[in-house]
Design a protein around this ligand. Sequence first.
Ligand code: ARG
Length: 457
Amino acid sequence: MAGALWSGRFQKATDAAVWAMNSSLNFDKRLYAHDVAGSIAHATMLAQIGILTPTELEAITGGLAGIKADIDSGALVIGGAAEDIHMFVEAELTKRIGDPGKKLHTARSRNDQVATDLKLWMRDELGEIDSLIRELVAVFIEVAKQHVDTVMPGYTHLQRAQPITLAHHLMAYVHMFMRDLQRLGEAGKRLNYSPLGAAALATTTYPVDRELTAKLLGFDGVATNSLDAVSDRDYVMEIAADLAIFMVHLSRCSEEIILWASAEYGFIELDDAYATGSSIMPQKKNPDVAELTRGKTGRVIGDAMTLLTMMKNLPLAYNKDVQEDKEAIFDAVDTVKLCIPAFAGMVVTMQVNAGEMRRAAGGGFTNATDLADYLVIKGVPFRQAHEITGKLVHYCVGQGIHLEELGLEMLREHCELIEDDVYDYLDIANCVARRNVVGGPAKEAVLRDIAEVEKKL
Ligand code: ARG
């Protein structure tokens, strides 16, 4: 602690309690590879403008590459007295190559350094999350394709409403995931501007070439205003919010899977490899993957909230508060990456009880709207058709029968325009098949939708 790289103006060592609070090494160590990449670009630029000699540059880049390789292999363990990963790498470099190492931080601050590191890390993680969500979409589509004829009830207010298919239901989630991909992709583009060269807050007196470091690191350009460049955490807040929205989608699906797997629904049975048991009740098979996904959604929402709250009162430019961004965004990213593979496995292996879904779709008068529509075709105004159908439903409820079990006589008592073709109209599978407009549950409509999504992927 006495050896902090900024200790020159201090007469006392940092108190241990302050050190414990101030140090971020324990969590920002995962930025080491990106820190090394940022430093190599910075050093390359410094050599370009004549601040480092070619020999010094060679020593620095060689030293940094060695540090990265040793951390990768486990030969070098991150730890010890460094305050954060930036200090750790710099101290280790100087230990290895001597004086040239001490020149690396010329024209740079940890403020532009950490912002650069975090953006580079975020970019890599966005790539991984993008692939994971694409795999999840592929799984949902695979299962949907098997169930374009699997009729189930569609719900509103969790009351049976109109018949749909399982494919149609799963594709609803696919569309949510497609928007998640789009949101995260856009966030990735927005963040891709380099903070390097902004230094502490006001750039530097050295003629740094910010475009060069930006280019070397694969940024699309420079984050121009230096105050903004070092204090901007929009990308962290935005991506955390995008991940929270994604988790809300997974969580809604989790809720349904939990319900569907219950004996009360009996729509699905989870594979043994994707369920867990009880320590006391031998018969139990619990949907823990869905429950944990639903539960962990709270964490990710919390991470997004942490970041927004952390930022909301910060005066320009850098404040140490923002060091807190890392644990929150790391947690959000880790949680999402933990949930997706388990969730995808659960969905692709679940057994669908098509008979039970079909039975449920046949109850609850899910064909009542279709009867009203039938009457409209026969010339009855819709409001009146609604009333007539409602009365018939009421009668059926009393009798404990379905609409299609009503005799023609009884139907015609309520509306004499009803003919024998009504039974065809009331058939649940036909109710689905007739909804063949864009976005509807009819087999052709769902297959068209699947094809379009597959094209976009
Ligand atoms: N570890 C800090 C962070 O994560 C970077 C260091 C900035 N420190 C400073 N004294 N300006 O934000």
